[in-house]
Ligand binder design. Structure first.
Ligand code: TYM
Length: 332
């Protein structure tokens, strides 16, 4: 029998979903559900490395479940679940803490970044976060992990930890490959194209549920470059602001960079910026409407994440049992 390959990814509900999370990994997920056995989850355990408001976290997790479905993930064809509903994540996370090295964890860019932003709360969870993320992945034995560019380092350390474990105990874990799409892998902030779009800098961030007029305003105000050329040309080093907008327009419309340069040839930025805004408004319109509709049906959302947790637990526990046995833990 020709078994389907497996794919897994997650997003932290530490803020509202934004254009970076959507254009980077999320928009590609629905295209993969026919070909792969897919697991998509809300990484809520990860969010508490930074203090969260409990009511806001609960609301964001539910909104994220609705948004996954609204973005095209059919719960009948893939497994959608909430990380904290599957205890095996925390259980394998602890095991992998013991196979992740202080030195390699210290080199993680995200740890250094967050530690510098939250100096009053550099907790142990923030430091060992990649081991939990490795557990998230390895429990499902996936072939592929689609992420944005900034998570590549975490998928690489996951591979290193898995190889280390396999080196001691035999072939326990499948070694996963990161999948990073070419267009949209790193969407930059709209008001500072030198840093990535992120929920922690809301001014330059475009959230999926923003109103059309706010989207248009943010794009009209988007920082473009101070070069004298003022033409729409993709050149990320020389023209990071315009190149970021071209990337967004390309991801939203499916057009190539060449086509976009030709479309706006000789027109300056005045026409281009609102055109990007409109393309984004049109991309998000059906997602927003469907999210609102689903959020009004809490019973349906609950049925989705409950069924998802059951399916996910079945697979995850199988891997966990195998790991415990290899470690020499006495079976229950
Ligand atoms: P998170 O929640 O920060 O981001 C979710 C996904 O969105 C991508 N992304 C972006 N892509 C392009 N441009 C941007 N500006 C942008 N911002 C975010 C991220 O690369 C990511 O793919 N640790 C993960 C969540 C996680 C996970 C996992 C992912 C936990 N366990 C297991 C995959 C597999 C995170 O914090 O992503």
């Amino acid at each position: 029998m020709n078994e389907k390959k497996t794919m897994l990814s997650g997003i932290q509900p530490s803020g509202e979903l934004h254009l970076g999370t959507y254009l980077g990994p999320l928009r590609h997920w629905p295209n993969m559900i026919e070909e792969y056995d897919c697991y998509f989850f809300m990484a809520d355990l990860h969010t508490i490395t930074v203090r969260q408001d409990p009511a806001a976290l609960r609301r964001r997790v539910l909104t994220q479940v609705a948004q996954y479905i609204a973005c095209g993930l059919d719960p009948e064809k893939c497994t959608i679940f909430i990380q904290s509903h599957v205890p095996a994540h925390a259980q394998l996370g602890w095991v992998l803490d013991c196979y992740a090295m202080f030195g390699e964890l210290s080199r993680m860019t995200q740890f250094k970044d967050k530690a510098s932003k939250h100096k009053d709360n550099i907790n142990a969870g923030l430091f060992t976060y990649p081991a939990l993320m490795a557990a998230d992945i390895l429990l499902y034995q996936p072939d592929l992990v689609p992420v944005g560019d900034d998570q590549k380092q975490h998928v690489e350390i996951c591979r290193d930890i898995a190889e280390r474990f396999n080196g001691i105990y035999g072939e326990v874990f499948r070694i996963p490959e990161p999948y990073i799409a070419k267009v949209g892998a790193r969407i930059m902030s709209l008001n500072d194209p030198s840093s990535k779009m992120s929920k922690s800098s809301p001014d330059g961030c475009l959230f999926l549920m923003e109103k059309p007029e706010d989207i248009m305003r943010k794009f009209k105000r988007a920082v473009t470059d101070s070069d004298t050329e003022r033409c729409v040309r993709y050149a990320p080093q020389e023209k990071p602001g315009v190149s970021n907008l071209i990337q967004i327009y390309a991801a939203a419309t499916g057009k190539s960079y060449d086509e976009i340069e030709r479309e706006f040839d000789g027109q300056g930025y005045g026409k281009f910026k609102p055109a990007v805004g409109e393309a984004v408004v049109e991309t998000l319109r059906p997602i927003q409407a469907e999210t609102e509709r689903l959020l009004a049906d809490k019973a349906y959302l609950e049925s989705v994440y409950r069924a998802g947790a059951e399916k996910a637990s079945y697979t995850a526990e199988k891997t966990l049992r195998k790991v415990y046995k290899k470690l020499g833990f006495v079976a229950k």
